[in-house]
Design a protein around this ligand. Structure first.
Ligand code: H79
Length: 587
């Protein structure tokens, strides 16, 4: 095996980088251009390009992480990379099969890479010969074929387009391992490649449901505006994501693979990988199973978002069979629980220690990730009137006994779940229930108090993002910038009096020892050290350090069944090296 090239340091996006369009601040208002998208909730993302042919390997060395960045990682010159096109011959490409898979998976739109950072167009382009028709033995327009298959199946189709990074072009950004972009003229690239190619996409392939941009980087507002104007003129109904840059577009894309902890206003989406890459990597078989995919989808829908899950077909054009099988299982569940996702949205009650909730008109859908002890499911919330509850089974709905309580209802369920995936309970409530004040602590679960729900004094809640493998992003809301005066507080109420163990999940870069902390519940006090969590001081390519979390037990206390407050306070200045993601109470 060849030795590994050093990974390139620094940022690929030029000055003042905007990685993901996260600067978009406004939400949207509901209208008929966007409603179908909001209703759809679940889509298929497809990353396919020359990187799929390379499959994560270059010169006999296998790279882990995101496959579509192989050229960057192996520092392959644009000239050498262009030669790969002569091997790209996806004989097994069957766009009808892809669309059929998306349908079977319950996905309601498809977005495919028309041109990723590598610069190669998957369609016939008159402005650059670096495209599938002119540069490969395959010689056919893959996007035209996919568009035809989508039209046949009534499947909305959109195109991913990398507008700032293009490692093939001297006038674009991103190729910092050669000197080909040293004299870049980005406006020229915009006028001579981006805008004409976007015109081709919007005029040659029928109705385009989305143009999905990425890594806006150093693109300025006038340039983003020019792209947007071109889209609006040619296809006014085409939706544009926030990664066009500079607070433009129709809806917000969160960070890669980001599932938010709290509800978001406006229209937004989470994009996710099925394994740990977007483009095909032969060695990556870290598939999320159907249960994990549904859990992530439901958590997004419960917070008001759409979820687009990626598949990475290989160089022959085949979506890995295991990936396809898993998606079909997801689809079978969605077929049974369609109303809980399509046209559904926000949980009025937040998340629960046992699962989450989505709403659709007067119906609430409880998604039970953890089956309750003794079959008694407690639903915290203020229900002002009688509620009907049904358990979904293959035979249809089965009525459940509902026991009203103070700031909650309890449901008597069977002792065992009838579904191996995610059982769903439907509540019919004429009046939307209100969240109970504070967190209700239930027996038999880990009751999590997340950073994002704390009341803060002299401490901040910030989203931390880092990469685990190369390009494989993780995100966590953390309490940071602790000072001696800082306090984080959570209000909660145990449903019953209980003996509870309190745990802290955190990371700490304070290598010289412990930092001391106190946790107060009423007049009861726990004192404990948080030890270094052993995280790397810098991450991949000089990017933020890779975080590593630990969970420690702070102590065990007897708690009464009354509303109370948990207060977390640092005792030492070095607490500023600590990030706290949650405090949890378990019985
Ligand atoms: O298409 C997928 C990714 O290839 C693309 N977005 C999803 C949908 C993406 N492109 N860039 N990024 C995501 C952000 C990547 C940032 C980094 Fe780096 C790559 C950080 C470290 C490696 C660039 C190079 C910035 C620092 C070094």
């Amino acid at each position: 095996m060849a030795s590994k090239n050093t990974e390139h340091e620094g940022c690929a996006f030029g000055i003042d980088p905007e990685m993901w369009g996260e600067r978009m601040t406004r939400g949207d208002t509901s209208d008929c251009r966007t409603d179908w998208f909001r209703m759809s909730r679940f889509g298929m993302f497809i990353h396919w390009g020359l990187y799929s042919e390379l499959a994560g390997e270059w010169n006999g060395y296998s790279y882990h992480g995101i496959g579509e960045w192989l050229q960057f990682r192996a520092r392959i010159s644009a000239a050498d990379y262009a030669k790969i096109a002569s091997r790209f011959n996806p004989r097994e490409y069957d766009p009808r099969a892809w669309v059929a898979l998306a349908k079977a998976a319950g996905m309601r739109y498809i977005i495919i890479t028309s041109k990723h950072h590598e610069g190669f167009a998957l369609y016939k382009s008159a402005v650059s010969a670096f495209n599938i028709v002119d540069a490969t033995p395959y010689g056919k327009d893959a996007l035209a074929e996919l568009a035809a298959a989508c039209r046949e199946a009534d499947m909305p189709l959109g195109f991913y387009y990398s507008q700032t990074q293009d490692w093939h072009e001297p006038d674009a950004f991103g190729n910092n391992w050669e000197d080909i972009q040293a004299k870049r003229n980005f406006d020229r690239y915009l006028e001579q490649k981006v805008l004409p190619q976007i015109r081709e996409l919007l005029t040659g392939y029928g109705k385009v449901a989305f143009l999905w941009f990425d890594t806006p980087g150093a693109i300025d507002a006038a340039q983003s505006q020019k792209i947007l104007q071109t889209v609006r003129e040619l296809q006014p109904d085409c939706l544009v994501n926030s990664r066009i840059g500079n607070n433009m577009g129709d809806y917000q894309s969160l960070g890669d693979q980001e599932i938010p902890a709290t509800a978001h206003a406006g229209m937004w989406e989470t994009i996710d990988t099925h394994n740990d890459t977007w483009g095909y990597v032969a060695t990556d078989s870290c598939w999320k199973g159907p249960r994990e995919i549904l859990t992530r989808l439901l958590r997004v829908v419960a917070k008001g978002g759409c979820y687009m899950l990626n598949v990475g077909p290989d160089g022959a054009g085949v979506i890995p069979p295991l990936s396809a099988d898993i998606l079909r299982e997801v689809g079978a569940w969605l077929q049974q629980h369609a109303d809980a996702v399509y046209g559904a949205g926000l949980s009025p009650l937040g998340d629960f220690p046992w699962g989450t909730c989505t709403s659709n008109g007067a119906r609430l859908f409880l998604h039970v990730f953890i089956w309750p002890p003794q079959g008694r499911l407690v639903v915290p919330g203020i229900f002002r009137e009688k509620v009907n509850a049904r358990m979904w089974s293959r035979q249809g709905g089965e009525s459940l006994e509902v026991i009203p309580g103070e700031n909650h209802i309890a449901l008597n369920l069977p002792m065992h779940a009838s579904s191996l995936l995610i059982p769903v309970i439907e509540l019919e409530c004429q009046q939307t229930p209100q969240p109970a004040p504070g967190v209700m602590v239930l027996e038999g679960y880990r009751n999590e108090f997340p950073a994002s729900r704390a009341k803060l004094t002299e401490v901040e809640c910030t989203k931390q993002s880092w990469m685990e493998k190369f390009g494989d992003w993780k995100h966590a809301d953390c309490l940071t910038q602790w000072k001696r005066e800082s306090v984080a507080e959570w209000r909660f109420k145990p449903l019953l009096s209980m003996r509870a163990t309190i745990q802290i999940e955190y990371s700490s870069t304070f290598e010289n020892g412990d930092t001391k902390w106190q946790l107060w519940i009423g007049s009861q006090k726990l004192e404990f050290p948080l030890i270094a969590s052993g995280e790397d001081s810098t991450g991949i390519g000089g990017w933020p350090r890779r975080m590593r979390f630990r969970t420690i037990i702070a102590g065990t206390l007897q708690l009464n069944a009354e509303e109370q407050c948990l207060r977390l306070v640092p005792l030492e200045r070095e607490a500023n090296a600590v990030n706290i993601t949650s405090v949890s109470i378990s019985t």
